[in-house]
Design a protein around this ligand. Structure first.
Ligand code: UDP
Ligand code: MG
Length: 331
């Protein structure tokens, strides 16, 4: 889905860019990533910064980020109190961004920083969000299946029209964060939050590299849990499903009642006993428990929400002010 570009476009050459990277178990790839990002960004927009958000990584990522920030004032580090998850870490970085355009990418070098200018040029055509969609995805089979499931969910449950083009490599206008300035709660989804602010999405094809160091931090169970969090956190589709199941079983029950009564009235006998009764009770009890489970899930979400569990908590930051760069968006 491509919506019409508008005329007040942001020329790529003058865009100031904040690149946000959530960092978790990425000690080995962080330095090469930053070097490659600097090589790309130094020749491109007028102003830029790189925000590295350490998501409670158990390895030495934070001290590495501190070293990088000390060596270059365009690199800013944020250290989260514990592991809050990729999306929450991203939200923290997005809120700290100081420039017109925010770019997000993964820390494991699967998203080549050399593709950033491509996204910026597309954004300059007048779009609000540009995804870098891999021409060929270098993930395991499970990971690809889970991503596909996630996209189906995004499409059906959340009404994201171009869900097939969602990716963690994105460029968007920082202004969009105003749409979710008030958002808080333990489960964030950047792609859903972006839809709160705009419909002008598009995508460009980019390269996707295989992971060189370590392996994905997402197991199949974690991916499915994430998927479920997004569905129940941002849509009421499961509740509607429960209503439809209830409606369907009401019709089914009425059908059985008519069948049993007519059998008695016309043929003069009732259906014999236990197997029929047991199966009917089992079917209805299953449907009821299923619907109750869904309702329970939403109640537990409200419970967490009432607890005011935070999206993230910052432990410390590493910033060495760059006097040559004045921010365009105060964080
Ligand atoms: N990540 C994070 N917190 C987590 C897990 C992952 O910030 O709890 C970051 C990680 O540093 C990387 C990105 O999310 O930048 C994607 O993670 P990963 O490469 O493990 O996942 P995949 O490539 O399978 O999507
Ligand atoms: Mg990865």
């Amino acid at each position: 889905m491509e919506s019409e570009p508008v005329s007040n476009s942001l020329p790529a050459t003058t865009a100031s860019v904040s690149v946000v990277v959530p960092v978790y178990r990425s000690e080995a790839s962080l330095r090469p990533l930053v070097e490659r990002m600097l090589a790309v960004l130094q020749g491109h927009p007028a102003k830029f910064e790189i925000i590295l958000v350490n998501d409670g990584s158990p390895d030495r990522c934070w001290s590495l980020i501190e070293d990088l920030a000390r060596a270059n004032p365009r690199i800013r580090g944020i250290n989260l109190m514990r592991n809050f998850g990729q999306q929450n870490a991203l939200l923290c970085g997005i809120r700290a961004a100081r420039f017109d355009v925010t770019v997000t990418l993964d820390a494991d070098l699967q998203h080549p920083p050399e593709e950033i200018p491509k996204l910026l040029s597309k954004l300059a055509e007048g779009f609000d969000v540009v995804y870098g969609v891999p021409a060929e995805v270098k993930h395991s089979l499970f990971r690809r299946l889970a991503s596909r499931l996630m996209r189906v969910v995004a499409l059906q449950a959340l009404g994201i029209a171009n869900a097939s083009q969602i990716s963690a490599l994105r460029a968007f206008r920082t202004q969009l964060r105003d749409a979710f300035a008030e958002f808080q709660g333990p489960f964030a989804s950047i792609d859903v939050l972006l839809t709160w602010g705009t419909m002008r999405f598009t995508s460009v094809l980019v390269r996707h590299d295989a992971r060189i160091h370590g392996c994905s931090s997402y197991s199949l169970a974690k991916l499915l849990a994430n998927c479920f969090d997004v569905i129940t956190g941002f849509s009421t589709l499961p509740l509607r499903l429960a209503s439809w199941i209830g409606f369907f079983f009401t019709l089914f029950g009425i059908g059985i009642l008519i069948y049993v009564v007519s059998l008695y009235l016309i043929m003069g006998y009732s259906i014999p006993g236990f197997p029929f009764l047991a199966s009917i009770i089992a079917i209805f009890a299953g449907a009821q428990l299923f619907a109750l489970g869904i309702i329970g899930e939403y109640i537990s979400r409200m419970h967490f929400r009432l607890m005011d569990r935070p999206t993230y908590v910052v432990r410390q930051t590493a910033e060495y002010v760059d006097t040559k760069q004045t921010p365009t968006c105060p964080p």
